[in-house]
Design a protein. Structure first.
Length: 326
């Protein structure tokens, strides 16, 4: 039995050695006691610091370390897909390289994986997070679960163990705009949850700005449903209905009172309301058309600049051909 630990990294030069040391310490003991082999798959997502050099150095000292380095920054979703595509394990564990996902959870996750679960999900508490961030997170999950076709849970992220069946299912889905939280929920299979205390980053700074988080949230909403389009239709229909009521009211008033001089406020209000509805509807429609545009082009999710994984080039080309298949 082989376990693949997949760790995307972007500008994490200060954490790579610490992560490798903790993983090696835990996995060498647990793998010996319970009888499995393991590999560490680092995915360098176009880092601009010494992350790649640090990964190469640990790879030179540890034959279990594999690495994939992108030609530029393609994003965490692409990095996770690359790790899942080229890992060899019967099980795969996705975890961040900043040590906010504690490696000490791996033995318990492996126990559940061997018990027959295809997804062993690590759920963190929000202790230590800022109150504003916690409030926005809870608000987001409450909103998104009313909009999308799968159910997401607050505190559940990418840190999880996946069986080979689950890995193959995820890799087979080749959409360009990926929202892994939704994909994990969509594939289903037998799942269980293990909770752990929130861990603060040990070094470096978060790579998730507010703008990036909002974009990621929008991708999640639009990747799993067409309800925003329906909402635009409903808003338009309601606005049209209210407009017809206003026209009927104005007609009755003309018949009863007579013609009055039109009011500036009424005219401006109608223009602003109708114009706003139209712009929002066109904007939502444009977002979906943009998603279609990226899907139709069929570009690869990532380009590999270098790696120490054997025959990765051939496997990468095969994956890209699969991605462009009709």
């Amino acid at each position: 039995m082989l376990l693949s630990v997949i760790t995307p990294a972007y500008n994490e030069q200060e954490s790579i050695r610490k992560l490798h040391q903790r993983l090696t310490s835990i996995l060498s003991r647990d793998s010996f006691e319970t009888g499995y082999e393991y590999e560490l798959v680092f995915v360098n997502d176009g880092s601009r610091d010494r992350t790649l050099e640090e990964i190469k150095q640990v790879a030179a000292s540890d034959p279990r370390v594999r690495y994939i380095s992108f030609s530029r920054n393609f994003g965490k979703e692409a990095a996770m897909l690359a790790g899942l595509s080229f890992c060899s394990g019967d099980f795969g564990i996705i975890m961040d390289s900043d040590l906010q996902h504690p490696p000490e959870m791996i033995p318990a996750m492996m126990d559940q994986g061997r018990a027959g679960f295809d997804q062993v999900i690590a759920k963190r508490t929000r202790s230590g997070d800022k109150k504003g961030r916690t409030f926005l997170s809870k608000l987001y999950y409450r909103l998104v679960n009313h909009l999308i076709d799968v159910k997401l849970e607050d505190g559940v992220g990418d840190f999880r163990l996946l069986s080979r069946k689950a890995i193959d299912a995820l890799v087979s889905m080749r959409e360009y705009t990926r929202f892994s939280k939704g994909l994990f929920a969509w594939i289903g299979f037998r799942s269980t949850v293990i909770e752990y205390e929130n861990v603060q980053r040990e070094a470096g700074e978060t790579k998730w700005s507010l703008k990036a988080l909002l974009r990621y949230a929008a991708d999640g909403i639009m990747s799993f449903n067409d309800k925003p389009l329906r909402v635009s239709f409903y808003i338009g229909a309601i606005t049209m209905f209210l407009g017809l009521l206003y026209i009927l009211y104005s007609l009755v008033r003309v018949l009863v009172v007579g013609i009055e001089e039109p009011g500036y406020f009424t005219m401006i209000s109608a223009i602003l309301i109708m114009g706003g509805v139209q712009l929002v509807s066109v904007g939502v429609l444009g977002e979906y058309i943009g998603k279609i545009y990226y899907e139709v082009k069929g570009r690869p999710h990532f380009l590999v600049q270098e790696s120490n994984i054997p025959d990765l080039t051939e496997r990468s080309e095969a994956n890209h051909k699969g991605n462009n298949a009709p």
